[in-house]
Write a protein that binds this ligand. Structure first.
Ligand SMILES: Cc1ncc(COP(=O)(O)O)c(C=O)c1O
Length: 365
């Protein structure tokens, strides 16, 4: 490293220095692979949504609408909520990072049900905040005492993804409402996967001022690459968050796709049905192979691998078969892989790959 570069890097903030640099020239590993590692929805946009995206390109010379007014209005109408309770984001991860910036000063605490969505750890670190992980004791109920009187007591907010990532487990709304009633903390309910689940928490927003619900079009609406997310909460809270948002945070294509998806959500019903059925089929097949599969309410499965090799080994073995799955070395998931539910063709590539790996290591397959 030359002296000038070294001097420049040494003036990074301590937090930015702590985060490991990404290896330069990192290859794109998913070339030609069946990509089941990031929970996208691999189906094309409905034709009408796609046409709105293409038409929006003709507006490329204009800034997008300030404060996403019409997109927020459309979301409000679609979800039956007041417009000033809605904010729109460049994916829900933009909204998550705004919440961290709005609430956390160095030394403050933020609590997350763990294992949970690991991006939150990085966001806490960027704020110099303490990241408090509250372990799940049961997959479908909250450790209420721990959240109310334990380590999370002084957290500025509590994060709960429902369905949860990477487990796919789901907490019934009645349980979440019990927490909202008893806690004076902000509860951030991240519903990235809720379209694959039995019920959603949006109606709780009008009843509880300490609730912020996040949604995304990345998982259930096939728009991960377009970046559309929404936040729903009390107008005072939403107003404060909108205040610190980037100007023109969404581009014109994201804006058009967001509007069009909101108008045509019924066009996705078949897609969501496919995901649920395929999830069931793949879970049964993996169980047959000797995996222990966590019942999932999302578009992915967390599976404990058969005794012998760990999750990292399975991830590499599947990659040799050109199938990408996720592995989480932290949070007690060393023996697990997470597999997104894709098209039937993708899953029909994944399952025989599992079978052939098992055959090679001398297990049934
Ligand atoms: C629980 C959870 N929340 C939020 C996100 C971010 O989604 P988006 O694409 O809207 O930024 C993800 C993506 O994996 C997720 O799993």
């Amino acid at each position: 490293m030359d002296a000038k570069l070294q001097a420049m890097l040494s003036s990074l903030s301590p937090v930015a220095r702590e985060l490991d640099a990404l290896p330069s020239g990192r290859p794109t590993p998913d070339n030609g692979c069946v990509k089941l590692n990031t929970n996208e929805n691999p189906f094309p946009l409905p034709g009408i949504v796609m046409r709105s995206a293409i038409a929006a390109l003709e507006l490329q010379y204009l800034y997008p609408e300030d404060d996403n007014v019409s997109l927020r209005q459309a979301a409000a109408a679609a979800y039956g909520i007041a417009t000033d309770c809605v904010m729109a984001g460049n994916g829900s991860s933009e909204l998550l990072s705004l919440i961290y910036r709005a609430f956390l000063a160095p030394g403050d605490g933020v609590a997350m049900m763990s294992p949970g969505f690991s991006f939150n750890r990085k966001l806490a670190m960027l704020q110099g905040a303490r990241f408090i992980e509250i372990p799940w004791s049961e997959p479908d109920c909250l450790p209420m005492d721990e959240l109310l009187f334990g380590a999370a007591k002084h957290a500025k907010f509590i994060l709960l993804a429902n369905p949860n990532n990477p487990t796919g487990t789901f907490v019934p709304l009645a349980e979440i409402e019990r927490l909202l009633i008893r806690s004076d903390r902000l509860i951030v309910l991240d519903e990235a996967y809720v379209d694959f689940a039995p019920e959603d928490g949006l109606r709780l927003v009008e009843r509880h001022s300490n609730l912020l619900v996040l949604r995304t079009f990345s998982k259930s609406y096939s728009a991960a690459g377009i970046r559309v997310g929404f936040g729903f909460g009390h107008p005072e809270l939403i107003g404060r968050l909108r205040n610190i948002q980037n100007v023109f945070n969404m581009n014109v294509v994201a804006h058009a796709v967001g509007m069009s998806v909101l108008a045509h959500r019924d066009a996705y019903e078949e897609n969501h049905r496919h995901v649920r059925l395929e999830r069931q089929r793949v879970a049964a097949a993996l169980s047959e192979f000797g995996f222990s599969v966590t019942p999932s309410h999302a578009n992915f499965l967390l599976a404990r691998v058969p005794v012998g090799q760990g999750g990292r080994w399975w991830q590499a073995a599947l990659e040799d078969h050109k199938v990408l799955v996720a592995f989480f070395p932290d949070a007690g998931l060393e023996e697990c892989i997470r597999v997104s539910i894709g098209t039937k063709r993708q899953m029909d590539a994944f399952l025989p790959a599992v079978g052939s790996i098992l055959k090679k290591v001398g297990c049934r397959g």
